[in-house]
Ligand binder design. Structure first.
Ligand code: CP3
Length: 346
């Protein structure tokens, strides 16, 4: 087992930093697009053999240091008795949309082992001959709630913001139910074999700092507290670089940082007991190879000798990224790291 990621998450790596990418399995890959021509996204998530195959694409094609289960943050809806749709045009949605307090009160919290059995089967399938750690994940309760209430492609956050203002009590109840379901879901993923979990509270950035304290942090805290002793937990949200002091207070193993400031500067703002992940701009991968090379050299040089550093993007790989640029990035990181490792040894 290549344990670079697990060591970096414990801030005790003596070798090179690990590299993996958020959304490393996706439309930028020709092999992924070929599978998508034959199957809907819904099918790909629900068929364990297919989902396992997609999970492994970046391992085979890019030799990254971790795999992430191929599923979506919205599948949790199924453990609340809801469904999700991934239309070919427009963003994904949860159906039926949650519009009333009564619906929230009536939402069941189903046994995730049954409701999301296909995810756990995917994990078991992937684990059969995986030589790198497997990352499981869920969405942050606030982000999942906003997908339950709003159509994010046409009216993002309109209903969510109104609900928070008009009936905070039932909004808290919705967050509470999502949190309970998410903890059970992550525990079941761990039982099935994931060794790390990441929480994607992608939309936390739409909230003011005050509202972030109210609607995000308490629920993220509950999830982190419930899992900390089981596996390392990575926290991700948009604008994490300006929220990292608050995120650090939750004592996760790692914070995934966006690309707004240099990693070198950001590292100083996060306690040294917490690992940092990031923060290459996803757009960089659409530029030239020279630009990629230059950025990597600068990043790696500035972080040289730092334990608890995981190379990743500031957000997910963009769908229209040239595949060979992603390949080039991974190669450039490892090539730099080779000289890093040998200079450390000498
Ligand atoms: O990283 C990986 O390789 C694992 C897979 C993964 C997916 N979704 C599969 C997926 C992960 C980690 C996610 C997380 C996710 N899903 C987030 C949080 C991360 C982030 O990007 O902020 C959010 C907000 C979602 C909700 C979601 N699912 C959106 C907004 C979309 C459509 C837009 C898009 O990003 O393409 C999806 C669909 C989805 N989920 C795709 C994939 C690979 C698109 C696939 C396709 O169209 O073929």
């Amino acid at each position: 087992m290549r344990d670079l990621l697990l060591n970096a998450l414990r801030c005790c790596n003596v070798n090179r930093p690990p590299v993996w990418l958020m959304r490393q399995a996706g439309r930028y890959m020709p092999q992924y697009r070929a599978l998508r021509e034959k199957h809907s996204l819904w099918e790909m998530f629900h068929q364990p053999e297919l989902a396992a195959q997609v999970t492994l694409l970046p391992i085979t094609l890019l030799d990254v240091d971790a795999a992430i289960v191929f599923t979506d943050i919205l599948v949790i809806a199924e453990s609340l008795g809801l469904n999700m749709v991934f239309p070919e045009k427009g963003g994904p949605r949860v159906i039926p949309q949650i519009t009333t307090k009564e619906q929230v009160v009536d939402l069941p919290i189903l046994d995730t082992r049954n409701a999301l059995s296909y995810v756990f089967e995917t994990i078991k399938e992937v684990k059969k001959d995986l030589q790198v750690p497997l990352i499981g994940f869920c969405g942050g309760p606030f982000t999942v709630a906003s997908y339950c209430i709003d159509s994010m492609s046409t009216e993002p956050f309109q209903g969510t913001k109104r609900w928070m203002a008009v009936d905070p009590e039932s909004f808290h109840l919705l967050l509470d139910k999502i949190t309970i379901a998410s903890i059970a879901y992550l525990k079941e993923q761990i039982q099935a074999g994931v060794q790390v979990v990441q929480i994607f509270d992608s939309w936390a950035n739409i909230l003011s700092l005050n509202d972030f304290h109210k609607w995000c942090l308490p629920y993220l805290r509950r999830i982190v507290d419930a899992l900390r002793d089981l596996v390392p937990v990575i926290l991700f949200c948009r604008d994490s670089s300006i929220r990292c002091a608050e995120l650090a207070e939750l004592k996760p193993a790692c914070i995934s940082l966006d690309s707004q400031r240099s990693m070198h500067d950001l590292r100083k703002t996060v306690p040294s007991s917490i690992a940092v992940q990031g923060n290459i701009p996803p757009e960089l991968l659409k530029g030239s190879k020279q630009e990629i090379q230059r950025h990597i050299e600068e990043l790696m040089h500035s972080m040289e000798g730092q334990k608890g550093f995981i190379v990743n993007l500031g957000h997910g790989v963009l769908p229209d990224t040239p595949f060979e640029h992603v390949e080039y990035l991974i190669h450039a990181v490892k090539a730099y790291l080779c000289s890093w490792t040998s200079s450390h040894k000498s």
